[in-house]
Design a protein around this ligand. Structure first.
Ligand SMILES: [Zn+2]
Length: 551
C-alpha cells in the first residue's frame, strides 16, 4: 500500500546516499538477492496454496509518482522471484478510487467546480481537462500506460467498481458485526478514542453524494440507516445499494482477506509502529481468523540533479520523466539493485552516465564478457541483471553504445537521432541492437536537453568564433593547422593523441593551451570530449573546414 493513501504528500526530495547494490546474504540459505529472500518467506507461509497472491495499491488522489512506483516494482520483483521458484503468482494492483476527494487538485483547471466534489468519491470527480472520464481515471491511466514498457502487468482492481457493485457485502457485514472488537483494536492506536456508537463504515449520501454521513441504525445483517449533514436520511441494503465503504484501517485487512493476499509491502507511514499495517494485522486475526500477509517497508526515493520537475503534474517525478532518461531495464536495475528498505537517489545529473556504465558492466558480467570482483559479486550481478530485463535476457550480449560517447556523437549530428543511431550500425548484430541503440540515443538526447550540466553540451562551429580567431598567436595557428593535417593522415585515435603532444612540443606551446585553443575553435568552449576521439569523429573534412579559417 502506497503513501498516497495518506493525506499528506511524501516528504520533499532530499539528498541521500547514492544508489547501492549491496545485499546482505541470507546466511542460512545462501540466497543473495532481497527479492529471492522475500519470495522464500512468502512461499513458506503459503505452502498449501496453488497460487500466491501479491498485492500493491494506491489512492489515485494525485499524480502517481516515482515514490509510488517503488511499491509496484518491489511487488513485481518479488512476484518474479516467486515465479522463478516455480509457483504461480497473481499480482493484483488495487486502485483505491472509491475514496473521497480530500483536497482540490491544484494542477487541474476549473478549481471552483472541483471544490464542489470535496467529500465525494474521486471516481466521480471529473477530470476537468476533459481527457478522462474522471479525476481518478486520469491519475490511473497516466501511470498504467507505462507499466508494460517495464514488463509489469498486474491485474488492476478498481475499488469503486468493487464497492458500487456490492462485491464486498459479506465482508462488510462481518466487519460491522465485529465493530466493538475493531474499535478496541483501533483505540489502542489513537489518542482520542472512537465513540461507543462508532461504525466502521463510510457512506456516500444518495442526495448530496458526500460522505458527511453518520450511521444511525444497523440491523446486524445488511440494512443500514444513515443521516447526512444535508438533511437526507435513508435505510439501504448494502447487498444491493453500493454507496458505502470501509474506512482505510478496516478496508485494508478486509481486502487481504477477500483476495487472499500473501505479500504486500508498504510505505514508511504504514509500517511504522502504530501504523496501519499493525492495526490491520490485528484486525484480520480478530475478525477473519487469518494471518496478515508478509510485508515490509520500502523507503522514499530522492531526486538528485536535473532541476525542478515542474510540469502540469506538479513538482513530482513521474515514470514518464524517468523513462525519458533511462532505458526500461536500467530503471528496473536501479530498484532491483537496491534493498527496498534503503533510501536512494534517482539521479539526473552526471551520475546518469555512471549509472549507464554500471548497468553495462552488470550486463557484461551476466554474459561472461567481464570478470566480477569475486564470485559473490558475480552471482549477485547475474541475478540483478535477470530481474532487470523487461523480458527474459537475450541469448548473447547486446551491443552497448557507451552513454557518454552517445552524447558526443549525438551533438556532432546536431541531435539527429537517426544519423546518430546509424553511426553505430557496423556494430549491430540483431534488430534488438538497433532498437537498444536508438532508445539510448533518444534518452541521451532528452538528458542533454533537460538535465545535463552545461559542461556536457556543445555545438560544433562552422568556423572558429571571431574572438577566438583574433586571440590566436601565429604559433598556435600553425600548431592547429598541423593538428588538422594530422587528422587527415592518421586513422588511429591513439596516433592522433600522441601527435597532438608532439606538435605542441615542436611548436613550443604547452599541451594544455593547444587543447584549449582547439576546443575553442571547434566548439567555442575551453573543454570538450576527449580531443583525439572527437577529432576522429568529426572526420578530416569537417576539421579541415573549420581550421581552414585560420589563415
Ligand atoms: Zn447528503
Amino acid at each position: 500500500m502506497s503513501a498516497q493513501t495518506k493525506k499528506e504528500a511524501p516528504p520533499p526530495p532530499r539528498r541521500a546516499s547514492s544508489s547501492s547494490t549491496e545485499t546482505t546474504p541470507d546466511e542460512q540459505t545462501g540466497v543473495l538477492h532481497w527479492a529471492d529472500q522475500a519470495a522464500r518467506v512468502v512461499l513458506e507461509r503459503s505452502k498449501d496454496k496453488e497460487e500466491v497472491v501479491v498485492s500493491s495499491g494506491i489512492t489515485p488522489s494525485g499524480t502517481v509518482h516515482v515514490g509510488n512506483f517503488r511499491e509496484v516494482i518491489t511487488v513485481d520483483l518479488v512476484a518474479r522471484a516467486i515465479r522463478d521458484a516455480g509457483k504461480q503468482v497473481r499480482f493484483i494492483y488495487s486502485w483505491d478510487d472509491y475514496d473521497p476527494l480530500r483536497k482540490v487538485p491544484k494542477n487541474l483547471p476549473k478549481q471552483d467546480l472541483l471544490k464542489t466534489y470535496l467529500g465525494k468519491p474521486i471516481s466521480e470527480t471529473p477530470d476537468t481537462t476533459g481527457t478522462y472520464r474522471s479525476f481518478a481515471e486520469r491519475n490511473e491511466k497516466e501511470f498504467e500506460q507505462y507499466l508494460p514498457l517495464l514488463g509489469i502487468q498486474p491485474q488492476f482492481i478498481y475499488q469503486h467498481e468493487r464497492y458500487t457493485s456490492c462485491a464486498y457485502a459479506p465482508h462488510i457485514r462481518e466487519a460491522l458485526r465485529a465493530r466493538h472488537a475493531i474499535r478496541t483494536i483501533l483505540n489502542a492506536f489513537r489518542k482520542e478514542p472512537l465513540p461507543q456508537d462508532w461504525f466502521p463504515l463510510s457512506i456516500f449520501c444518495e442526495a448530496c453524494k458526500t460522505n458527511k454521513t453518520r450511521v444511525v441504525n444497523y440491523d446486524e445483517e445488511y440494512a443500514v440507516t444513515y443521516t447526512c449533514d444535508c438533511g437526507h436520511t435513508n435505510t439501504f441494503d448494502f447487498r444491493t445499494t453500493g454507496i458505502c465503504k470501509l474506512p482505510w484501517r478496516v478496508d485494508w485487512p478486509m481486502r487481504w482477506h477477500a483476495e487472499g493476499v500473501d505479500f504486500e509491502p508498504g510505505g514508511k507511514d504504514h509500517f511504522t509502529a502504530g501504523g496501519s499495517y499493525d492495526s490491520a494485522s490485528q484486525i484480520i486475526r480478530t475478525v477473519w481468523s487469518e494471518e496478515p500477509p508478509y510485508g515490509f517497508m520500502y523507503e522514499w526515493i530522492a531526486i538528485k540533479g536535473g532541476g525542478e520537475f515542474a510540469s502540469s503534474s506538479g513538482n513530482v517525478l513521474t515514470l514518464h520523466d524517468l523513462l525519458a532518461v533511462y532505458e526500461p531495464p536500467i530503471i528496473r536495475y536501479l530498484f532491483a539493485g537496491t534493498r527496498p528498505g534503503a533510501k536512494f537517489n534517482i539521479s539526473f545529473d552526471l551520475d546518469v552516465i555512471k549509472i549507464y556504465e554500471d548497468f553495462d558492466r552488470c550486463e557484461r558480467i551476466y554474459y561472461g564478457a567481464q570478470e566480477a570482483k569475486n564470485e559473490k559479486e558475480a552471482k549477485n550481478m547475474k541475478r540483478i541483471y535477470e530481474l532487470s530485463c523487461v523480458n527474459t535476457p537475450a541469448k548473447t550480449l547486446p551491443f552497448q553504445p557507451p552513454f557518454r560517447h552517445v552524447t558526443t556523437v549525438l551533438q556532432l549530428y546536431e541531435g539527429d537521432i537517426e544519423k546518430t543511431t546509424n553511426h553505430f550500425q557496423d556494430s549491430f548484430k540483431t534488430d534488438q541492437d538497433r532498437e537498444r541503440t536508438r532508445l539510448r540515443v533518444q534518452c541521451a538526447k532528452n538528458w542533454l536537453e533537460r538535465h545535463a550540466p552545461e559542461s556536457m553540451r556543445f555545438s560544433v562551429q562552422n568556423s572558429p568564433p571571431p574572438d577566438v580567431l583574433a586571440s590566436l598567436t601565429p604559433a598556435q595557428k600553425a600548431a592547429l593547422k598541423r593538428v588538422a593535417a594530422l587528422v587527415s593522415t592518421s586513422s588511429a585515435e591513439e596516433e592522433i593523441h600522441k601527435g597532438i603532444y608532439e606538435i605542441a612540443k615542436e611548436e613550443n606551446i604547452p599541451p594544455r593551451e593547444l587543447f584549449q585553443k582547439a576546443y575553442l575553435c571547434l566548439i567555442g568552449k575551453e573543454r570538450g570530449p576527449r580531443l583525439a576521439s572527437f577529432l576522429k569523429l568529426l572526420g578530416p573534412e569537417r576539421v579541415q573546414n573549420i581550421f581552414s579559417h585560420l589563415s
